[in-house]
Design a protein around this ligand. Structure first.
Ligand code: C5P
Length: 394
């Protein structure tokens, strides 16, 4: 999604300027072409050399000391996106009022590219009606805002106005650049581990927390899809996502098959492969000694979807493996007749169940495979959806 996209990274003078360094690195790592533009006061917080070293081009700081006689129009015309992080009250005020008092505001006024503004300032400034009015003006004009968090501010103060996390800013940039590529598509996502009842209080389960499935649902929604999330976990649904709560593989099977005409089905859930034969009607008593658990296979939802795949439909399976990742994933792709298998080695550090990060290899039925190094589950979700989007457009 971000590969080769030209992103102007505007950095203004706040203590949060150091977080723009991390954002710069994340964007460059994702393949974006990043051009930093720093204001005079930003350079009092972070040296331009830091951005020079990390970005794709040397840092720009002034309209007049630039080899290009009109750097603001060149930057504005060629950018795919401009992000300002952190954005001070002064920068927001100038931009909202069309005042080009430095290279950054001149570039913002000279562009037709989407703009993402990430305010950061002390709570008093953030709450001032002048700042809020300026932000409302920008919003009305289609500028994307990443609201600040609450938390520690400069000088030991605490409150609203702290720059949003670089990850949140990155996700907004991805969503904006994806330009609603799932608009009008129906996407079904499953999440969490199923619970297979032994008796009314006990079950056989697994370690899945549903985080990756929720991230896929959220990302698909942000890209314009109508999303149904079939979940075994109690976490709240991402905004705008329809949720269907299930517990067992049988319930998930029924819920997915009811919606099997969706354009895209992403089986992120860790569905149990086996379940106890019959469920004891009342709690099994300890005194009777350990019960013998007889197990039977559950319906393989993914294989069933693959066997009855609709024309143009894209089906994605996940494969959590602890060994022979590549051969297992490839054989799953063929055996289950699906379009994509996202394989992760759940024994690796920071990967898979319960973590906020994941590292995967995406296998596509045309033989292509792509490794996606360790990153947030939301970023992994975006990469999976990028693959799906490519298949959908043929
Ligand atoms: O073959 P394996 O069970 O490892 O494949 C994992 C993939 O298959 C996941 O996408 C999971 O959601 C799906 N699955 C399923 N029904 C099952 C077991 C797994 O749809 N009974």
């Amino acid at each position: 999604m971000l590969a080769n996209r030209r992103i102007v990274l505007g950095v203004t003078g706040g203590i949060a300027a150091y977080k723009a360094v991390l954002l710069c690195r994340m964007l460059v790592d994702a393949g974006a072409h990043v051009i930093p533009v720093m204001t005079e006061s930003a350079q009092r917080f972070v040296g331009r050399a830091t951005f020079d070293a990390l970005a794709s081009e040397p840092t720009r700081t002034s309209i007049f000391d630039d080899p290009d006689p009109i750097p603001h129009t060149t930057l504005g015309q060629t950018a795919d996106l401009i992000v300002v992080a952190p954005a001070t009250a002064r920068c927001i005020g100038s931009y909202a009022n069309g005042i080009s008092d430095d290279l950054l505001t001149a570039t913002l006024i000279a562009t037709k590219a989407p703009v993402v503004v990430c305010p950061a300032m002390h709570t008093e400034m953030w709450e001032h009606p002048a700042v809020q009015d300026n932000l409302a003006t920008l919003k009305k004009r289609g500028v994307h805002l990443v609201a600040p968090d609450e938390g520690r501010l400069a000088g030991g103060d605490s409150g609203a106005g702290r720059l949003a996390a670089p990850e949140a800013i990155y996700e907004t940039i991805e969503a904006v650049l994806s330009d609603g590529d799932f608009q009008g598509r129906t996407v079904v996502v499953t999440a969490g581990g199923t619970r297979e009842a032994i008796d009314p209080v006990r079950y056989v389960g697994n370690r899945s927390t549903g985080k990756q499935g929720y991230a896929v649902a959220e990302a698909a929604r942000a890209r314009g899809a109508h999303v149904t999330l079939i979940s075994t976990v109690s976490a709240e649904a991402p905004s705008g996502v329809e949720i269907v709560r299930v517990e067992s593989a049988a319930q998930m099977h029924a819920a997915v098959l009811e919606r099997s005409d969706a354009d895209v089905i992403v089986m992120t859930a860790a569905v149990a492969d086996f379940r106890p034969v019959g469920v004891a009607e009342s709690k099994i008593k300890k005194d009777a000694g350990p019960p013998k658990l007889e197990l039977e296979p559950t319906p393989d939802i993914l294989a069933e979807l693959g066997a009855e795949k609709k024309p143009g439909q894209v089906i994605v399976g996940f494969a959590a493996e602890t060994e022979d990742l590549v051969s297992h994933a490839q054989s799953k792709l063929e055996r289950k007749n699906v379009d994509v298998i996202v394989a992760n080695d759940v024994s690796a550090p920071q990967v898979g169940f319960a973590h906020d990060t994941n590292e995967v290899t995406i296998f596509v039925s045309d033989g292509c495979q792509r490794h996606v190094s360790l990153r947030s589950k939301r970023q992994i979700a975006e990469e999976v959806l990028n693959t799906v989007a490519q298949i959908l457009v043929g």
